[in-house]
Write a protein that binds this ligand. Structure first.
Ligand code: GLV
Ligand code: MN
Ligand code: MN
Length: 416
């Protein structure tokens, strides 16, 4: 094996080719189930088929490619990440992990290596949760944690998730059948860009992930009274946008006062029926709150909700606080991290363990299988931004470490 620079160059070409497929020209946007998403997935599927992998699309739209073990009763080790993106995304968040995994399986297939366990490469269809405002649709199906009530969620056009699945050619009634039973899981590995600045600052190409922060997402509706911008005196207004603005600054101040472990983001504000000469009567916004410490996260969530209710009361607004997502912090598997640490050291790099503030498919998977993640340095830690970038040398380093990790895994004693 080896020849990492050449393989990194091919990996980069594939990342670029996938990034060229987008809902909007000139930017990278491929949200779950859109024509661009399907076109991008078809390209990845074609690469998987060319690598002689056994490929199928499951009912939530995940691409699943297998290398089978001849061993009776063999378990399955999954390598994966996602191929959906945020809006105006970078090229590497998700595709790096899928296409790095493809390279690893391609090498094994080409060598005809006899495996002690099945290897499955997963290109998850929805990790970002942009379209239906809920994350991990793809990995929840694979772990059997998909909640059927999600099928009634609607996107901005009023299309339900159930309808979106059918439009993609899937069958919502088959979702449970696509889960890999808990007894079949041997483990999970995901390579991903760090999306933070630590590796960039420390000038190290890769790190292992020790834990992933928990998160809570809320949809908030501030309701006041729409009115004439020229006639309603300032002290008689119930301006929903002024209330939402106060909430944005409250959330920022609140998280800053907690120190570095808690982060709060208001990423969306929508003003229905807005006009420059109308006092805003309604604002719909989002809150994304994260911490690696569940107790801190739970307490912060309650305090922030209470303070937001108080500010709305003071301003004569009503508040609708609708929780839309909750995931607890998770720890990566220490045994697998020890193998990954050995692989990092063998490649001559300092072994650094990081907590991920970003969510990953490893979160739902860690509920059914030992999970480990490899972070790859990205330019100044920038992500969810078109400036996202990874140097080819760092892709080569990640390939080398991931391949060594897999080699160590392949030589571990297997359960009978
Ligand atoms: C996924 O990118 C997240 O929001 O953490
Ligand atoms: Mn992302
Ligand atoms: Mn991601």
């Amino acid at each position: 094996m080896s020849n990492y620079p050449e393989r990194a160059a091919q990996l980069m070409r594939r990342i670029e080719a996938l990034a060229a497929i987008s809902e909007e020209p000139g930017v990278v946007t491929r949200t779950f189930g859109t024509p661009a998403f399907l076109q991008g997935r078809a390209l990845v599927q074609q690469w998987m088929q060319q690598a002689s992998l056994d490929v199928r699309v499951d009912s939530i739209g995940n691409l699943r490619a297998r290398l089978r073990s001849p061993r009776p009763g063999a378990q399955t080790f999954v390598i994966g990440s996602h191929i959906d993106t945020v809006v105006n995304a970078g090229k590497f968040d998700g595709p790096l992990g899928v296409l790095l995994g493809l390279d690893l399986l391609e090498q094994l297939a080409a060598c005809g290596t006899e495996l002690p366990f099945h290897l499955e490469l997963l290109a998850f269809s929805d990790e970002e949760g942009v379209r239906f405002h809920t994350t991990y649709l793809g990995s929840k199906v694979v772990t059997g944690a998909f909640e059927p009530e999600l099928l009634q969620r609607t996107d901005a056009a009023g299309i339900t998730l159930a309808e979106a699945i059918r439009t993609m050619g899937g069958d919502p009634a088959q979702l449970a059948a696509d889960a890999l039973p808990a007894t079949e899981w041997l483990g999970y590995f995901e390579a991903h860009i760090e999306q933070g600045p630590v590796l960039w600052e420390r000038q190290v190409p890769v790190a292992l992930v020790t834990a992933i922060a928990g998160q809570r997402r809320v949809e908030l509706t501030f309701r006041g009274m729409a009115g004439h911008a020229g006639t309603v005196p300032m002290d008689m207004r119930q301006d929903a946008l002024a209330g939402a603005a106060e909430f944005v600054l409250l959330a920022e101040r609140f998280a800053r006062e907690h120190g570095r472990s808690l982060v709060a983001t208001v990423g969306k504000l929508h003003l229905p029926h807005s006009a420059s000469n109308v006092i805003p009567g309604e604002v719909v916004g989002s809150l994304d709150l994260r911490s690696p410490d569940e107790a801190e996260l739970a307490a912060a969530y309650q305090q922030l909700q209470a303070q937001t209710e108080a500010l709305c009361q003071r301003r004569g607004l009503t508040l609708h606080w609708q929780p839309v997502q909750q995931t607890a912090p998770v720890a990566c598997c220490t045994e697998m991290n020890s193998l990954l640490g050995q692989a990092i050291a063998a490649a001559g790099h300092e072994v650094i363990g990081l907590v991920s503030g970003a969510g990953h498919d490893a979160v739902p998977i860690s509920q059914v299988a030992p999970a480990t993640m490899l972070f790859v340095r990205c330019y100044r830690g920038i992500s969810h931004n078109p400036l996202e970038n990874v140097e080819p040398a760092d892709l080569a380093a990640a390939l080398q470490v991931a391949e060594q990790f897999l080699a160590l895994l392949l030589t571990q004693p297997q359960p009978r």
